[in-house]
Design a binder for this molecule. Structure first.
Ligand code: GLY
Length: 561
């Protein structure tokens, strides 16, 4: 008896210990999970002032433009997925567009593709969509006025905030590129050679003035007047393409989220030009017939099965997907059970399929950066918002707008810069994602809201280029299949396969040596990677409490009450 009691005590203690490690705090009234402490606190502040999840999302987006300049932005774009407590869902596409003067050979010099031009500098910049998107979202679903939700961002820009260690390092690491562009040198470098340090007060007065203009004049505060003039002047300075007309004509677009069923869950995912919805739908259909739970989380068979589905979905992504306003995407076929069963026809549990042997093998994807940011919000009424937003590369094009205080994106690199010809990475781009004036470039950003039996169950998303798709998928599977808590599901080691290059990436802290051996025996080429995505998730518990998953791969923060 004593032994049983001791055993019970041990089990109970062990459980509570692991619960402490794996559980995050739960909140009743609202929760904001972002990549940055200041931005999360801003979202919470707006919720506490009576704003709903959309008000908080708009406030967070503007705050991130101040406190996370490498990815948060007003000079970039992104996607927002909304699910209201009454069951309505919506998806807002505020992705950048190619300027009117863009052309498919704009990065060719002396007959050769020059990949540097789509990555850094003025020609890399797409027409920014964030400001139009935030205003549209607020007009349709917000409760609070624009100037009120923008106040925290304006305050942070005007009064400054203390740099964290990683933000100071980020700025210092990019100094050599910033100094090539006068305005960026002024805003993001120090004159002396010491560099920024943790705890330095980072003040952005020009950005504060631009934000005040947007707060006062709305869309006109960015796409017209002094801000638009400043953007166009920057274009003239470095011979860029964006005109006043491009800015005036920019419109974000409401689209219908793609609904994907998996067991009792429905995932509401950003549709194209995000590739995430189609890819996640395909992968879930491909793995549906396999007993993943029995295989065990991150066992060799589990990793192999899911990675083989990823490989096939990414091969299709590279060939079929682009801006739906320009190309016909066979959505129904690609996401059908039949099609995906056929795609898995060549799957073997014993061996990896060589990527070159898959159909569309002659069309390769493009390489995307890892610098994007995702945030998730749920308010006290059960409204949920998932936003993924980006400048593309870390600090985008590295060109800042003189006098206006913000960085411009390098999103043009997300197009297949030269279809049919190898790009800078030796890969061949797809026609569906070729550059055309006014077209949106394909994205991996996959903000996702999951419902179960008609109620919100998860708000998911990640940063990390193509790893966004596979990170979001694994956050979902970690709860749906393996019953993990929010923090555990977000922290658990992840893996990634994107067809080409034919390598299986895994979180470098992630797979045991014997699991790696088993995967290698199946023919996988393994590659440890410092961080497979950075996810910021919210789970709704059965009793309605909200728990956050803050990715330990970054320095995100959950603010709830
Ligand atoms: N620039 C990253 C993405 O849109 O997927």
């Amino acid at each position: 008896m004593r032994f049983i009691l001791l055993l019970l005590t041990f089990v109970f203690t062990a459980n509570s210990l692991s619960a402490q490690v794996l559980n995050s705090k739960s909140y009743k009234n609202g929760l904001v999970v972002t990549a940055d402490r200041y931005a999360s606190e801003v979202g919470k502040e707006i919720l506490q002032k009576g704003g709903n999840a959309v008000d908080a999302a708009v406030a967070v987006q503007f705050a991130l433009a101040v406190t996370l300049p490498r990815a948060g932005n007003i000079g970039g774009g992104g996607f927002m997925v909304i699910r209201l407590e009454n069951g309505e869902t919506a998806a807002l596409d505020f992705r950048e567009k190619a300027p009117e003067q863009a052309s498919r050979n704009m990065y060719v010099r002396n007959g050769e593709f020059d990949g540097d031009l789509s990555w850094e500098g003025i020609l890399a910049v797409g027409v920014p969509g964030t400001v139009d998107g935030m205003i549209k979202a607020l007009e349709r679903y917000g409760r609070l006025p624009l100037d009120m939700v923008m106040q925290p961002a304006i305050r942070l820009a005007r009064d400054g905030y203390e740099l964290s260690y990683s933000h100071a390092e980020d700025l210092n690491n990019h100094k050599d590129t910033f100094i090539k562009y006068q305005a960026s040198a002024n805003y993001f470098t120090l004159e002396d050679s010491t560099g920024f340090e943790e705890g330095d007060l980072f003040v952005q007065k020009d950005l504060a003035t631009t934000l005040e203009r947007i707060a006062r004049f709305g869309r006109e505060g960015f796409y017209a007047g002094p801000t638009a003039d400043a953007i166009v002047n920057e274009m003239k300075r470095y011979r860029g393409l964006i005109s006043h007309r491009d800015l005036r004509n920019y419109e974000s677009v409401w689209r219908d989220p793609v609904a994907v069923d998996y067991e009792d869950y429905t995932l509401h995912i950003m549709p194209p030009p995000s590739s995430g919805s189609v890819a996640i739908a395909q992968i879930l259909k491909m793995i549906n017939d396999y007993n993943l739970k029995e295989m065990g989380h991150n066992s060799a068979n589990y990793v192999h099965t899911v990675a083989e589905a990823m490989r096939r979905a990414f091969a299709d992504r590279s060939y079929y997907l682009g801006d739906p306003d320009f190309v016909d995407i066979p959505m129904d076929e690609l996401t059908s059970e039949y099609y995906n069963d056929v795609r898995m026809g060549s799957f073997s549990m014993d061996s990896a399929t060589a990527s070159t042997s898959l159909s569309h093998g002659e069309i390769a994807g493009y390489v995307e950066s890892t610098e994007t940011t995702h945030f998730s919000i749920v308010d006290k009424d059960g409204n949920a918002v998932a936003v993924t937003t980006t400048l593309n590369g870390s600090f985008g094009s590295h060109v800042s707008v003189s006098g206006a205080g913000f960085l411009l994106n390098n999103e043009m690199d997300d197009f297949s810069a030269q279809p049919g010809e190898p790009n800078a990475y030796g890969l061949i781009g797809a026609e569906a994602n070729a550059i055309e004036p006014g077209k949106r470039m394909l994205s991996s950003m996959s903000p996702t809201i999951v419902t179960k039996n008609g109620k919100i169950n998860m708000v998911l998303g990640a940063a990390g280029g193509p790893r966004i798709i596979t990170s979001t998928l694994q956050s979902f599977l970690n709860r749906a299949v393996f019953d993990m808590r929010a923090q555990q599901a977000t922290s658990a080691p992840r893996f990634h396969h994107q067809w080409l290059p034919d390598v299986l990436l895994f979180d470098d802290f992630g797979l045991s040596p014997d699991t790696q051996e088993l995967l290698e025996a199946k023919g996988h080429r393994l590659f440890p990677y410092p961080a497979i995505g950075r996810a910021h998730n919210i789970f709704v518990e059965p009793d309605g409490l909200l728990t956050g998953g803050v990715d330990p791969r970054g320095d995100g923060f959950a603010a709830g009450y």
